[in-house]
Design a protein around this ligand. Structure first.
Ligand code: NAP
Length: 259
């Protein structure tokens, strides 16, 4: 039986590539988008043309009614959900309200997780996608202009981690995937404009991971066997190395190998 996988924010970038990888691996992927229906439909059509199975589902996950409607539509269409990938993120948009980053990157994540829990079977999984700049924001400098995103994404991760007992009691796994700046993405292009040194500084540590590498790690996170709350790091070995020195007691961390 195909797994039913909902990926938030899969109309472009890392979410779209994760959908392609999981579609190739035999899952049915639901490509969530907020505004860009055509782009989401193109991604789903490409997955189907490549022999996979995919559908689209529009919803603004920061809107409580829209998020509830999304989960209701998934259950109406498929009867269940096996994997929820919390990938959608934002807050750098020019017209974003001051509280939008927290509403999307924290509140919408826990809300969607809570909506999913009753439908995820034992062995089901929630994956949270984040950046090193957010995950390590308490101990490492954050690029200029990215501070509200880093704070809200870290708050989202913490709030989801606080739900681990709830996930575990329903037999649901929870995995975090954190990546360095990902080459060629719109976010890195925006950061390059706002804080060019932050981006050149990361490039000085080696080649940035590609979208394909990061998306593959996110796809792998849907099957990895690990403790609840395990974090997979992609790129930026210096972040993880410094973190390991600071937290020698922590065992639930790993580093995805990048070719
Ligand atoms: N880019 C990087 O360098 C990098 C590095 C590490 C981690 N990450 C993480 O990877 C994830 C994806 O990043 P990305 O660079 O691929 O992002 P992106 O290019 O900005 O794409 C964002 C996606 O999220 C959707 N979205 C935005 N707001 C939404 C909302 N309120 N409701 C539903 N969907 C919404 C967008 O849909 P529409 O276009 O339809 O609005 C789009 O599909 C994020 O969690 C990010 O923190 C990124």
């Amino acid at each position: 039986m195909k797994r039913i996988v909902l990926i938030t924010g899969a109309s472009r970038g890392i979410g779209a590539e994760t959908a392609r990888v999981l579609g190739q691996r035999g899952d049915h992927v639901i490509v969530n988008y907020r505004e860009k229906r055509k782009r989401a439909e193109t991604i789903a059509a490409q997955i189907v043309a490549a022999g996979g199975s995919a559908s689209v589902a529009g919803a603004d996950i920061a809107d409580p009614d829209s998020a509830a409607g999304l989960m209701a539509a998934v259950i109406a269409d498929f009867g269940r959900l096996d994997v929820l990938i919390l990938n959608a993120s934002g807050g750098l948009e020019r017209d974003a309200a001051p509280d939008y980053a927290m509403r999307l990157n924290r509140d919408a994540q826990t809300r969607l997780a809570r909506l999913a829990v009753p439908h995820l079977p034992p062995g089901g999984r929630i994956v949270f996608v984040t950046s090193h700049q957010a995950h390590f924001s308490r101990t490492r400098p954050v690029p200029a202009g990215y501070e509200p995103i880093a704070a809200s994404k870290r708050a989202g991760e913490d709030a989801l981690r606080a739900m681990i007992p709830e996930f575990t009691s329903s037999g649901i796994d929870f995995t975090v995937v954190s990546g360095d700046m990902i080459d060629g993405t719109i976010i890195v292009r925006l950061l390059e404009r706002r804080d060019p040194e932050a981006v050149t500084g990361r490039r000085a540590h080696g080649q940035l991971p590609t979208v394909e590498e990061f998306a593959t790690a996110v796809a792998d996170a849907t099957t990895v066997t690990a403790e609840p709350g395990h974090t997979i790091h992609v790129g930026g070995a210096d972040f993880a190395a410094a973190h390991q020195v600071e937290n020698r007691w922590r065992r639930t961390e790993s580093h995805a190998s990048i070719a």
